[in-house]
Every structure is written in structure tokens, then in C-alpha cells.
Design a protein around this ligand. Structure first.
Ligand code: GUN
Length: 291
């Protein structure tokens, strides 16, 4: 069994990013990222803080915009309009999910596609579907793909089961893995909450990518001997023995499957750190495209 160390791969990606940032400096360019958070969700706050700290460490200009829970749709759209016009900002990210009174699709639609480093804008979704590399690909699936590449896990011809059909992860992951190139070429099955006989669907997978947001959704009943497991879930579960009162676990019951797997991402320290490094990488790409 091989533990897929997302932290060390993430550090490698950030090193590559540093080199790119230095090159951009020669053109008088500093990549800039705006991170917008509406409301007080503690997990979202933690993610946003982590994104901004990584920017600061690397010398990426960052703007953290924290808006009150009761911010209106119009106020938020006005902030997006300003960021769209700001030449120092190359990437705009609105942390998801926003409060329920905000129409997230309308907000994403307002972000200029060339600044949509999350890859959520319909233009970027279309480009991913069309295998047009001039768009942006969502950071988490991009991070999963990079982990597979770093650990030389063959996707060509592989049977991949993606569990979860969100736009942020499941659908984008499926599109990337089925695409007609050497980091794709997989036979992809997308399973979800209505899938019948999930156990037998998962049983034929060479690679399983899980992103359902439910603690321990998959266990040893779903995983066959020699499967590669990429666990995207980050779930807080009560843990009275920890100072915070909770611990983070994935969508996979790690302990029950670890001995069967060929390779597996831990939670934390697997996919999580990759999302941030791919976000920085996309922001650098957005900056380069302005030259
Ligand atoms: N919430 C969970 N993952 C993400 C992400 O990749 N981007 C944004 N904007 N929000 C998220």
C-alpha cells in the first residue's frame, strides 16, 4: 500500500509556482488573487485564510474580501465588477457555498472568464468539455490528476469510478479523466446518491475518486484488492479528545480499506493541500495570459 502524500506534492507544485512568479517579475508582473467570502461559515473561513496565507508566502498579491452574512446579491455583484476591472487582480474566487439568499450561478457568471481561476464559469466549463486548454479547470480535480501523475498511476484505459456529480469535483473530474490525452483516456463511470448497487459498481474500478461530502461513505465493502483511492472529502466529525472538539475525516473509511488499496490519499494531507497549490498555479496562468 502506498500513501499518496498530497502535502509533499503540493510543496513541489508551489516550488514550480515560485519559479514562474520570478519569471513574471522580469515582465514587471505580480500575479494577484482576490478571495471573496460571504458570511461566517467556520470551514470556509479556514479555507480562505489558508489560501491567502499561501499567496503571501509565495509573493502572490492577494486581496481578502470578507462580507457580512446579510450582504445582498447586488452588493456582491458590485464587488465582482470592481475586481473584474482591477488590473492588479488576475484571479477572482468566491468561496462556495455562499449564504442561501445568494444566487451562486449569477455570481459566477459575473466573473470575467479570464479571471475565473476556479474554472466555474460556464465558458470555462464548456472549454473543459470541448478539451480546449485556453480555459481554467477547477482546482480540486486538477490536484487529483496531478497526484495520479506524480505517483505514476496509469489512467490510460483504466476503469475509473467517480462517486459524486458536483460541478466543482465529480463532473469536472470525470471530464478530465475521459479526455482524449495521456493524462485521461480512462473509462469513466459516474456514480451518485441514486446509484443502484454502488458496491458492485465500485468493485470493477482500478481507481475510485470520491467526492460526496459524507464521512466514511465508502468502506471495505466498496473497495477491491489493488484499487487506487482518491478521497476528496473533508468532513468534520466530533472528537472530544481533540482541542478543537472535532477531527477531519474523508468520504472513505480509511482504516477499513487501507490494507486492500494499492494507493490511497489520507485526510488530511491528501487532496486538500493540492487544491490550494493548483489555485496558485491557475492564478499564475491567468497573469501570464495578460502579457
Ligand atoms: N468550496 C469548496 N471547494 C471550493 C473551491 O475549489 N473553490 C471555491 N470557490 N469554493 C470552494
Amino acid at each position: 500500500m502506498q500513501l499518496i502524500d498530497g502535502k509533499s506534492v503540493s510543496e513541489k507544485v508551489l516550488k514550480e509556482c515560485s519559479a514562474e512568479i520570478e519569471k513574471l517579475g522580469a515582465y514587471g508582473k505580480v500575479p494577484g488573487l482576490a478571495v471573496v467570502l460571504v458570511g461566517n461559515d467556520p470551514a470556509s473561513k479556514a479555507y480562505v485564510g489558508s489560501k491567502v496565507r499561501t499567496c503571501e508566502k509565495l509573493g502572490v498579491y492577494s486581496l481578502k474580501i470578507e462580507l457580512a452574512e446579510q450582504t445582498t446579491q447586488e452588493e456582491l455583484l458590485k464587488v465582482i465588477d470592481e475586481l473584474n476591472q482591477d488590473p492588479k487582480i488576475h484571479g477572482i474566487l468566491v468561496q462556495s457555498p455562499p449564504p442561501v439568499h445568494i444566487d451562486e450561478s449569477a455570481v459566477i457568471l459575473r466573473i470575467k472568464p479570464e479571471k475565473d481561476v476556479d474554472g466555474f464559469h460556464p465558458e470555462n466549463v464548456a472549454k473543459l468539455t470541448l478539451e480546449d486548454s485556453s480555459g481554467f479547470v477547477p482546482c480540486t480535480p486538477l490536484g487529483c490528476l496531478r497526484l495520479l501523475q506524480e505517483y505514476k498511476i496509469e489512467t490510460n484505459g483504466a476503469n475509473v469510478v467517480v462517486v459524486g456529480r458536483s460541478m466543482i469535483v465529480g463532473k469536472s473530474m470525470a471530464l478530465l479523466l475521459m479526455s482524449n490525452n495521456s493524462s485521461g483516456n480512462s473509462t469513466v463511470t459516474v456514480a451518485h446518491s441514486r446509484t443502484k448497487n454502488l458496491e458492485s459498481v465500485c468493485a470493477r474500478a482500478d481507481i475510485i475518486v470520491v467526492a460526496v461530502g459524507r464521512a466514511h461513505f465508502l468502506d471495505d465493502k466498496h473497495i477491491s484488492e489493488g484499487t487506487v483511492v482518491i478521497d476528496v472529502g473533508i468532513n468534520r466529525v466530533e472528537d472530544k479528545s481533540s482541542k478543537k472538539g472535532y477531527k477531519l475525516v474523508g468520504d472513505v473509511d480509511f482504516d477499513s480499506v487501507v490494507d486492500k488499496c494499492k494507493a490511497i490519499t489520507p485526510v488530511p494531507g491528501g487532496v486538500g493541500p493540492m487544491t490550494i497549490s493548483m489555485l496558485i498555479s491557475n492564478t499564475i496562468e491567468a497573469c501570464k495570459r495578460t502579457i
